[in-house]
Design a protein around this ligand. Structure first.
Ligand code: ASP
Length: 420
């Protein structure tokens, strides 16, 4: 416990020092020495850390979902837990985007902005996928290719099917189940070992981002940036803290203290997927959730639950409409709520993906996709903040589901804090 808390402190120190160093460096003129630090050392250390946890994601998602399903025991229990999880994920995403739309209509983040001045960059929209294609692609042609490509939805599908089949087979599947259970323990041990790199990795990633983006890039879009941050904060306080308090009868502040290590890694990597190994470890070891529920709900959440992303998209829609002077009728708001909720299911939790799916949301209400160019400059910082919201939503849901199923240990949830 002692060691865990000191690791949390070291990660937070890395985060604070990284932000300070990065901001200071953003004011230095570009010179060889500065570039050597940013593109050399910080890139190296940050990249090593991200790769070290990312390499575990594909095996972890497959193995942990498989084990999660098997340890739930029977299919009806799986159906019940799966139903609760999906209901929570969809409902909170719907609420998130509604909240974001209300906040933006009140704040009017795009008012008074000159479009010509803002649109200096061309948008780099990598790909747009139709909803039908996304749904169709949930079933892979080749599961090995799905894993090699890291296609999360496909991996989840294969893992669910394999896990359900093993449960139905029963005794004869025991050797397979034993093998995956021991693989799961080995992977979690790897996560714990690699977490010792976290303070340095977090420092390097944050320093590089802040030095590259700098505060200056944010100034013209300050109102937009602050509106997104405010809506994220509101969602975390109202919905997550409210749910923990009212549904779970748990102290929400303790949750945030327990969950801090995962939040710092989510913030610095801007990727729910990359943070997943740490999220699982934190929710199990510090929040008191059983392995079976954590390994079922969290990999699902990292892929299909993105409240923070939905919030950014809600604010961005209103912002772009205002900047271009296009009025949005009420029906457009409903379309945005639906499309953004669906978009959050179909996309993996990797950096910047929210901006790509934003094109789908904008198209659904006939807003110019070029509008994305306006917000691209500040998106990295917002990506970090919304990733924190995304993984927090996954964790809150997992805790509530675990509690309702008697798979939650309140002593662990409360103990971590009192010893800190
Ligand atoms: N980076 C976010 C995540 O991984 C997704 C996004 O909004 O771009 O959760």
């Amino acid at each position: 416990m002692e060691q865990k808390n000191s690791l949390t402190r070291r990660i937070l120190t890395g985060l604070a020092l990284g932000a300070g160093t990065g901001l200071a460096m953003s004011y230095l003129p570009s010179c060889n020495l500065r570039d050597l630090w940013l593109s050399g050392l910080f890139d190296l250390v940050g990249g090593l850390f991200i790769n070290s946890i990312r390499m575990l994601v594909v095996p972890l998602v497959f193995v942990s979902l498989f084990c999660g399903i098997n340890s739930l025991g029977d299919i009806s229990r799986l159906g019940r837990i799966g139903g609760k999880t999906m209901a929570f994920y969809l409902l909170t995403t719907g609420l998130a985007i509604t909240l974001a739309l209300i906040v933006s209509v009140v704040v009017q983040p795009g008012q008074g902005l000159n479009m010509a001045e803002l649109s200096k960059h061309e948008p780099t929209i990598a790909s747009r996928q139709s909803m039908v294609k996304t749904l169709q692609n949930i079933i892979p042609n080749n599961p090995v290719a799905a894993m090699a490509e890291g296609n999360m939805l496909q991996i989840i599908f294969v893992a669910l099917l394999t896990g359900i089949s093993a449960t139905l087979v029963g005794g004869r599947a025991k050797p397979v189940v034993d093998l995956f259970e021991s693989a799961n323990a080995v992977i979690m041990k790897m996560v714990m070992l690699l977490m010792h790199l976290a303070p340095y990795g977090v420092f390097a990633l944050i320093a590089k981002t802040f030095a590259t983006v700098g505060l200056d890039a944010m100034m013209p879009l300050l109102k937009y940036t602050l509106t997104v941050l405010f809506a994220l904060l509101l969602h975390m306080t109202l919905i997550y803290m409210g749910a923990l308090k009212l549904i779970g009868r748990l102290n929400p502040l303790k949750f945030f203290r327990n969950f801090l290590p995962a939040m710092s890694v989510g913030f610095s990597t801007a990727s729910s997927n990359s943070t997943l190994p740490v999220t699982i470890e934190t929710v199990e070891m510090r929040c008191g959730v059983s392995g079976s529920v954590a390994s079922f709900c969290l990999p699902l959440g990292a892929t299909i639950n993105m409240d923070g992303t939905a919030i950014m998209q809600g604010v961005a829609v209103v912002f772009i409409a205002q900047v271009y002077g296009i009025p949005l009728p009420l029906s457009s708001f409903l379309t945005v709520i639906l499309t953004a909720t669906m978009a959050s299911i179909g996309t993996a939790g990797v950096p910047g993906v929210g901006l790509i799916t934003l094109s789908m949301v904008l198209e659904s209400v006939n807003l110019p996709v070029e509008g994305i160019a306006l917000i691209i400059g500040v998106d990295r910082i917002l990506d970090m903040a919304r990733t924190v919201t995304n993984i927090t939503g996954d964790a809150v849901c997992t805790i509530l589901v675990a509690k309702s199923e008697g798979e939650f240990d309140a002593t662990v949830y409360n103990a971590n804090n009192s010893s800190e």
